[in-house]
Write a protein that binds this ligand. Sequence first.
Ligand code: CMC
Length: 440
Amino acid sequence: MTPTAKSNEAAARTSALAARMTYPGGSVALPLLRGSEGELGVDIQKLRSATGMITMDPGYANTGSCRSAITFIDGEKGILRYRGYPIEELAAKSSFLEVAWLLIHGELPERTELAEFTAEIKRHTMLHENFRQFYAALPKDAHPMPVAAAAIGALATFYQQPDKDRGVHDAVIRLVAKMPTIAAWSYKHSLGQPLLYPRNDLDYCSNFLHMMFATPCEAYPVDPVMAQALDLLLILHADHEQNCSTSTVRMVGSSQANLFASISAGISALWGPLHGGANQAVIQMLERIAAEDGSAAQFVARAKNRNDTARLMGFGHRVYKNHDPRARILKETCARVLQRAGASSELFEIAVQLEEIALHDEYFIERRLYPNVDFYSGIIYMALGIPVNMFTVLFALGRLPGWIAQWLEMREDPDFRIYRPRQIYTGAPLRHYAPPAPGA
Ligand code: CMC
């Protein structure tokens, strides 16, 4: 399915280099793998059989779990590419559905392929009518994220053979097509409003905004500038290689669980505040600064103080030690969207001040902390009228094609095995069962 995957994999296998590890009692040569951008990895697949030892890497910060030809990140240089294409070019010239195709198939679609893909997506936007009872059964104040995860999992009960050839194709189409409906219904349910049918005369993002904000009593004329801004946000979130939720999708899929079950697990992983929830925290931080005295400088001083729990939310990244390219794109979009929406720019102005101060502050320079994707995305969501508890659901909507592409790539990998890490046991040594003494 993905020629790029095959050529990259060949490149990663043919490295003639090796590393030598010495340990008490011997030494072992470990092959080195070289990726298509020159990055090296030590292949430890034979380590345990050769030495009896395992590696230890909590948080997997130095562990490659797979070869992948989907997304390339160079955190030192602030580079992000999908299938080799710079994120800046895709953001400026492409559309979310085109990027979805690119991620899933490995190449940009021909014009006719994109037209067919779009038409197929439109044919599958509706949810089975029984989903109305499914939503009705959930508490009204349910957070839309677990509602969306449960609804995606429930797709496997409506489409029960999603694993075989045509089945996988149909499952991919259904997921991309139904996710906006599932997301919008999760929100409508939380309001107690009627769940709206999709409108297939609208494009992907306009249809989503219609289902979010129209009611049976009142139409919602979608502003194309806003729909375009949403499309851009989805492109920027579409993949980010082996992060927590993507690794979860691969982990669950590695047991050969079906695509719906694997994606549902990915959504649950994304829900956590350390992963998908940071843009919500950025808004809370900006609102707090605005409500107090509006002093960005004072907040930056607090974020630097070890005795203060305040952190500059939306700053810093495990991988990017330079500008997150997505944040740069979003900063420009933010100004444009706020102007168009006629929305207050107070939070944006505070954010710009925070960024300006932090980028010239020794503390942030030394630690190489830059704005990440979450720093400006929340302000744009707010300008679009998206409520804060839906931010993570929109992240999931954007990340969906990446999860699908990674799941498919894993299934085609010749080295495909169930994910099964090892551990260093630290519990009690052998002891023997004795029944409790009578009367004890
Ligand atoms: N504000 C103040 N200090 C910070 C910040 C920040 N936002 N981020 C890191 N630091 C300091 C940290 O205190 C530590 O200082 P020291 O060396 O004196 O102990 C140093 O920088 C290294 O930080 P770390 O926590 O060891 O770095 P990490 O790679 O483990 O964490 C991070 C990365 C993103 C969790 C962290 O930078 C952070 O908490 N940022 C704010 C939350 C945020 O914006 N999260 C969104 C991440 S992007 C979304 C995604 O791609 O999923």
